[in-house]
Design a protein around this ligand. Structure first.
Ligand SMILES: Nc1ncnc2c1ncn2[C@@H]1O[C@H](COP(=O)(O)OP(=O)(O)OP(=O)(O)O)[C@@H](O)[C@H]1O
Ligand SMILES: O=P(O)(O)OC[C@H]1O[C@H](OP(=O)(O)OP(=O)(O)O)[C@H](O)[C@@H]1O
Ligand SMILES: O=C(O)c1cccnc1
Length: 485
């Protein structure tokens, strides 16, 4: 196991501090269940695209405290040797259930669940949230951009603007899950098998000080050529130079495209299309880049811009309009002093922030006839709606919003990835994940998929889950009321 991939100390100090307390109190092996969820869909979108699981698996596979980790903790903390020894021998033996990458997920439903000892559940919180929060956000942003782009090729160009290296690499992968086709990042291409794609920069033209000479030199060294035509003057110099080079090189090159990176893209793309067609290059594509996102692309589409290929960087890789998803990881059940599992809750004055206690499962309810999703149905893990003829679905806060569903299929969202520390999930490759994501999204009604003001998708609690929550809220109230310090 390489030390490089070991992210065991990539955790908040308080997690290890809590582990130390559990250890001292002989609670380290108590059984617990934690669940991750987010409270609000990002970007005003109607769904999120789950991503981050592959990195979580890589993290768990390498999870152990190295000698240098222990030496470091010894130096900077006052942990007793007995606890440091415990950490030295620590192994993850928990069970992880999760949505698959590419699954469409919604607010206020568990998207990943960790079941194991208190200590192991606690240690992994930070890294798991870090990975889910960022990658799900980027996959969702990418999916919004894909929605407006339609079937056109869509390139990820964001590495130079990403929040550092890991964000560029894993963000690119998440963008592919969300529907991008290729990346400019060569390392991400090598690591994940993503098709790589690239044109050239303004610096090539500036190096030669002349569009024609730069394109000619590029054409002598590359068969597939996409020329960046806006360095000096798109219509007067860039495009005529590209055509001149293509005419001269003939079959020696594939004049695949020209790229526009500034100016009025609707106007320019239409003019460039006319010029290319007139010169006998109707198959040469027009690429566009420059701070594009779903809003500018939708506007360009509305203006009938003649753009064939889209390059998107900054706005996708940084999730520009919303920097955080806000997923949280909450304890839902824990073993008590008598060895019994008891469900736990976090109370808040705000009804939407009260956690839902108990180990749960999320069921995607689809209509048997058309395969479209009716909503998500959260049950206690002991329930199985597949055994029911009909289910009563109601809004957890506004219970007057309800419906009875018959003739349905129910698929569990949380699938077992680790069982008792053993990876039992056969990991798909990235292209299988993208295909899966596309299929899952297609099962949503278009009303939930539109990027502007989508309908709210139902995420409901089963009666048992709801009753359990109400009973536990009642118990906590009684406990708080009888406190007399
Ligand atoms: N016809 C159009 N309709 C809507 N948005 C457009 C249109 N043409 C360009 N845009 C977008 O408007 C923004 C223009 O940005 P900006 O003014 O910074 O670019 P520029 O001046 O053309 O180029 P540079 O990046 O060299 O400054 C970009 O996000 C671009 O993608
Ligand atoms: O606009 P984004 O969506 O972030 O896409 C990436 C941008 O990166 C490049 O510009 P940059 O000015 O960095 O380099 P250049 O000299 O190649 O134009 C490219 O030309 C795009 O405009
Ligand atoms: O290949 C490109 O055109 C490219 C790559 C990175 C950033 N902008 C553009």
């Amino acid at each position: 196991m390489s030390e490089n991939n070991n992210l065991t100390l990539h955790t908040d100090f308080y997690e290890i501090n809590m582990m130390a307390t559990y250890f001292e109190k002989h609670m380290e092996n108590r059984h617990a269940v934690f669940e991750a969820f987010f409270r609000k869909l990002p970007f005003g979108n109607g769904y999120a695209v789950f991503a981050g699981l592959e990195h979580i698996i890589q993290y768990i596979e390498n999870l152990h405290f190295t000698d240098s980790d222990i030496d470091y903790l010894k130096e900077v903390t006052d942990y007793p040797d007995s606890f440091l020894n415990y950490l030295r021998n620590f192994k993850f033996k928990g069970t992880v259930r999760s949505a698959y990458e590419g699954d469409v997920v919604f607010a206020n439903e568990p998207i990943l669940q960790v079941e194991g000892t208190l200590c192991e559940c606690q240690l992994v919180e930070t890294a798991i949230l870090n990975m889910i929060n960022y990658q799900t956000l980027i996959a969702t942003k990418a999916s919004r951009i894909r929605t407006v782009v339609g079937d056109d090729p869509l390139m990820e160009f964001g590495s130079r603007r990403a929040q550092e290296v890991s964000a560029a690499i894993w963000g690119t992968r998440a963008a592919i899950i969300g529907g991008f086709n290729a990346t400019s990042n060569v390392l991400a291409g090598k690591k994940f098998g993503i098709p790589i794609s690239g044109t050239h920069a303004h610096s090539l033209v500036e190096s030669f000080g002349n569009d024609y000479r730069a394109f000619h030199a590029y054409a002598q060294t590359h068969h597939d050529c996409v020329f960046l035509v806006d360095t000096y003057d798109t219509l007067k110099s860039g495009v005529p130079s590209a055509i001149k080079v293509a005419n001269e090189m003939g079959d020696k090159i594939n004049f695949a495209g020209v790229r526009l990176d500034s100016g009025d893209m609707a106007y320019l793309s239409k003019r460039v299309r006319e010029v290319l067609d007139h010169a006998g290059y109707p198959n040469t594509k027009i690429y566009a880049s420059n701070d594009l996102d779903e809003t500018t692309i939708a506007s360009l589409k509305m203006q009938h811009a003649k753009i064939d290929v889209w390059g998107v960087g900054t706005k996708v890789i940084t999730a520009f309009d919303q920097p955080a998803l806000g997923a949280v990881y909450k304890m839902v059940s824990v073993e008590d002093d008598d060895g019994q599992m008891v469900d736990r809750i976090k109370i808040s004055g705000n009804a939407e922030k009260v956690s839902t206690p108990g180990k749960k499962q999320v069921w995607r309810i689809t209509d048997t006839k058309d395969g479209k999703s009716e909503g998500d149905y959260i049950t206690l893990s002991t329930e199985d709606p597949r055994e029911e003829k009909s289910i009563y679905m109601f809004h957890p806060n506004y219970t007057y919003i309800n419906k009875t569903v018959e003739n349905f299929d129910a698929e569990p969202l949380l699938k077992t990835i680790y069982r008792d520390g053993k990876l039992v999930y056969d990991r798909p490759n990235l292209s299988q994940i993208s295909d899966y994501a596309e299929k899952e999204l297609a099962a949503l009604w278009p009303e939930y998929r539109r990027e502007l003001n989508p309908q709210k998708y139902p995420v409901d609690l089963s009666q048992k889950c709801w009753d359990n929550k109400r009973d536990i809220i009642e118990k906590v109230r009684n406990y708080v009321q009888q406190i007399k310090y």
